[in-house]
Design a binder for this molecule. Structure first.
Ligand code: HSE
Length: 295
C-alpha cells in the first residue's frame, strides 16, 4: 500500500494560460493505492458525491489504464471538484506517483506528468499539464510538451465563491484567436511572471498576471468577480487572477497583507451577493509519499 498527499494547484496565473502553474501548500487530497487484479475506486471527502467511481469515467482510472496497471484506489478529497484548484489533477497526479512507487515503474518526472495529464483529458477534453505538473514537481512550473519546474516561495490568498464552474464550460467561453497586439502583451506579461518568480519579486509576478484574453472571456461566469478582485487589489494584492478555470480567485501578495486580502475577497463577494470563503496559502511542494505498508 502507498499513501500520498497530492496538493491543490493554481493554473494559468493569468497570462500563462495552459502553461503556468503553482503548487499550493493547502488543501490537498490523500490518495491510497493497493495492488489489485482489477481497478476499483472509492471517493470520500469534499464533493465526493460529484465524482464518478467508475474507473472508465474517473481521472484516476484513466491514469492507471495509461500506465498499464490495476489497483484499488481510495481517495479522500481535500480539493473540491470544479473549484479551479486542480481537484482532478490532484487525483490524477496522486495516482500516477503512487502507482509508480507501488509497481516500481521507474517513471521520470516528465513521465509521471504525461501519465497524470491523461487523467485531465477525461475532465476537460485536453491533456493540459498546467495543474498536474506543479502537483507533481511542486513550486512554479512552465509546461508545454515538457515541464520546467522552478523553486518558488511566495504568498497568496485564494477565494472560493459558492459557485460551481466546470472546466469544460469555462473552456467553451474562450476565443478561438487573438490579435497580434494581445499576443505581444501576453508574452510581456508572462515573461514578467517568470522573471518575478526567479527574482522572488511579488510585485512583478502580480503585474505579469494581467490577462485580457482568457480572463475577460471567463469573468462573466463568476458573479462578483469584478468587486472581489478590486477589493483584494485595494487591500494590497499585487495581482489577482482566476485560478485555473475558476471560480476560485488567486491573489498574490506580501505575507503581512494576507489577512487583509482574505477579508477583502470575502467582503467583495458578499457585496455582490455571493457567499465565499478565503484562505491564506503559499507556494508548496508536489506530491509526497506519506505512508507505505501492507494495507
Ligand atoms: N488551463 C486550464 C484552463 C486549467 O484554464 O482551462 C483548468 O484545469
Amino acid at each position: 500500500m502507498i499513501e500520498v498527499r497530492a496538493p491543490a494547484t493554481s493554473a494559468n496565473l493569468g497570462s500563462g494560460f495552459d502553461v503556468f502553474g503553482v503548487a499550493l501548500d493547502k488543501p490537498a487530497d490523500i490518495v491510497r493505492l493497493s495492488k489489485a487484479d482489477k481497478t476499483s475506486i472509492s471517493v470520500e471527502g469534499a464533493g465526493a458525491n460529484y465524482i464518478p467511481e467508475d474507473p472508465k469515467k474517473n481521472t484516476a482510472g484513466e491514469v492507471l489504464r495509461s500506465l498499464g496497471v490495476t489497483a484499488r484506489v481510495e481517495m479522500d478529497k481535500g480539493v473540491r471538484p470544479s473549484s479551479g484548484l486542480g481537484s482532478s489533477a490532484a487525483s490524477a497526479a496522486g495516482v500516477a506517483v503512487a502507482a509508480n512507487e507501488l509497481y516500481d515503474l521507474g517513471l521520470s518526472q516528465d513521465g509521471l506528468i504525461d501519465a497524470a495529464a491523461q487523467g485531465e483529458k477525461v475532465v476537460s477534453g485536453k491533456a493540459h499539464k498546467d495543474n498536474v505538473a506543479p502537483c507533481i514537481a511542486g513550486g512554479f512550473t512552465v509546461s508545454d510538451d515538457d515541464t520546467t519546474a522552478f523553486e518558488a516561495d511566495f504568498h497568496c490568498v485564494v477565494a472560493l465563491p459558492d459557485i460551481v464552474v466546470s472546466t469544460r464550460d469555462a473552456r467553451g467561453e474562450l476565443p478561438s484567436s487573438v490579435s497580434l497586439e494581445q499576443r505581444s502583451t501576453t508574452v510581456a506579461d508572462a515573461s514578467h511572471v517568470v522573471a518575478g518568480v526567479l527574482r522572488n519579486d511579488i510585485g512583478m509576478i502580480g503585474r505579469g498576471m494581467r490577462d485580457d484574453v482568457v480572463e475577460k472571456a471567463r469573468a462573466p461566469l463568476i458573479e462578483g468577480y469584478d468587486v472581489a478582485r478590486e477589493a483584494a487589489l485595494d487591500a494590497g494584492a499585487t495581482g489577482v487572477t482566476i485560478s485555473g478555470a475558476g471560480p476560485a480567485l488567486l491573489a498574490v501578495c506580501e505575507r503581512e497583507d494576507k489577512p487583509d486580502v482574505a477579508e477583502a475577497f470575502v467582503e467583495g463577494f458578499w457585496d455582490a451577493g455571493v457567499e465565499s470563503r478565503a484562505f491564506q496559502a503559499r507556494v508548496g511542494d508536489g506530491v509526497q509519499v506519506v505512508k507505505r505498508g501492507r494495507h
